[in-house]
Design a protein around this ligand. Structure first.
Ligand code: URA
Ligand code: CA
Length: 435
């Protein structure tokens, strides 16, 4: 088999066989197939697409390219959750302990943030002492003992995807649905969970800018999950505006704690209850979504979810006192609010712009490996449709540099739109897609 012939086959619109895809993934992972040939193939796939079988075979080959976690020794149906990435998306921090406190083991390998979207691992590392880089052994031990483990994905898992994603990133071939679907699902399959709940974000702050594309991606991932024997459900949720109110790692951690204490952003709570109810049903802990929702609300408002979160933090070396006292989280030197000059409604909160402003404050990475500042970011005064009373903050900036603070405030004023008239809030959960 020659890589040249396989590139040509795909370029001309052919379908690659399982044997051909295995050859490509193995050769690329080991270094026998050079980057320039793989880049050409990625571009051919970008234009020609891949059918269901090819997408499945690519996923399985990438999943098998490195270590695969064996969670069979952990009792219960293990459920994983994945978001395609958004702004102020603190869902995992709330959902993982919430669902675990209801008896479903949550095994979550997570990435670091890139660009204007944050990563769960970065948010957890805002807690003093928290270790996200734990070994597979520790991950499984914690999962058995506490029913929850959240760790940074190691380099030994799906090396083929890691290499291919880096290549796609610099060759304008990221936004291809079969390549995204196989990339995400290869990691989920290698991570070993029995069931998977996907949150596919759509809107200006997300990968997928329109509903049709989001639906296609969700369908592709649900099909892969089903074919790979992992019950998979996908939700399509809005990401034109940030999900929660806080953007920035320590600030988002504080917001997650607030939600786990039974208050906090309405949309964040609503999404956690929706995704969580499916996780409980898939995990065999509730017969239907209604029963699941009741159990989740009991855990959220009764304090069990918060205690599970404390357990997670302590189990991975973090200071569990942050749960009672969020002021132990890193604090920015400067803080300034943009205050409403009269009663106004929030009309437009562009997630992409707000994510970029937070990134420039130091909350995110422009490129892989950049350091981040856990203390800085933005806290919004509300979500689209909310009324901000005169003298109340539209948004507050947290910074460690006065110039950056001034810049951020000016940019916020340039992109957030206020209205004297009531504004209808956009829907949050748009669709549910099942196998
Ligand atoms: N996230 C991934 O993990 N892979 C992609 O290809 C795109 C987003
Ligand atoms: Ca994420």
């Amino acid at each position: 088999m020659r890589m040249y012939d396989l590139i040509k086959k795909k370029r001309d619109g052919g379908s690659l066989t399982k044997g051909e895809i295995d050859f490509i993934v193995e050769g690329f992972t080991s270094g026998q197939i050079p980057d320039y040939q793989m880049a050409a193939l990625a571009m051919a796939i970008y234009f020609r697409g891949m059918d269901r079988e090819e997408t499945l075979n690519l996923t399985l080959a990438m999943a098998a390219s490195g270590d695969m976690l064996d969670l069979s020794g952990v009792p219960g149906i293990k459920v994983d959750k994945h978001s395609t990435g958004g702004v102020a998306d603190t869902t995992t921090l709330v959902l993982a302990p919430l669902v675990a406190s209801c008896g479903v083991p949550v095994a979550k390998l997570s990435g670091r943030g890139l660009g204007h979207t944050g990563g769960t691992v970065d948010k957890l590392e805002a807690v003093p002492g928290f270790r996200a880089e734990i070994s597979t052994e520790e991950f499984i031990t914690n999962l058995k003992r506490y029913g929850i483990a959240v760790a940074a994905q190691s380099a030994e898992i799906t090396p083929a995807d890691r290499k291919l994603y880096a290549l796609r990133d610099v060759t304008a071939t990221v936004d291809s649905i079969p390549l995204i679907a196989s990339s995400v699902m290869s990691k989920k399959i290698a991570a070993g969970a029995d069931a998977i709940v996907l949150d596919v974000k759509v809107g200006r702050g997300a990968f997928m800018k329109d509903l049709a594309a989001a639906r296609e991606l969700a369908r592709a991932m649900v099909d892969i999950g089903a074919a790979a024997g992992r019950a998979t459900v996908a939700y399509i949720t809005g990401m034109d505006q940030p999900l929660g109110l806080a953007i920035g790692n320590g600030l988002e951690m504080a917001e997650a704690i607030q939600v786990l204490k039974g208050s906090g952003s309405r949309d964040l709570v609503a999404l956690c209850l929706e995704l969580g109810s499916v996780m409980l049903v898939l995990g065999g802990r509730a017969k239907d979504k209604e029963e699941a929702r009741q159990r989740l609300e009991d855990a959220l408002y009764g304090g069990a979810a918060l205690e599970k979160f404390r357990e997670l933090i302590i189990a991975q070396g973090g200071d569990g006192r942050v749960v009672d006292d969020p002021s132990l989280l890193p604090r920015a030197r400067y803080q300034e609010a943009w205050v409403a000059e009269g009663d106004v409604y929030l009309a437009f909160l562009p997630a992409d712009k707000l994510g970029e402003i937070a990134m420039k404050l130091g909350a995110g990475r422009e490129k892989k490996g950049d350091p981040i500042d856990p203390a800085v970011g933005i806290v919004l005064g509300g979500k689209v449709g909310d009324l901000i009373r005169k003298g109340q903050p539209v948004a507050t900036v947290f910074a460690n540099d006065r110039e950056k603070l001034k810049q951020a405030l000016a940019e916020l004023k340039g992109c957030i739109v206020l209205s004297p008239d009531p504004v209808t809030p956009p829907p949050l959960v748009l669709e549910e897609i099942r196998g």
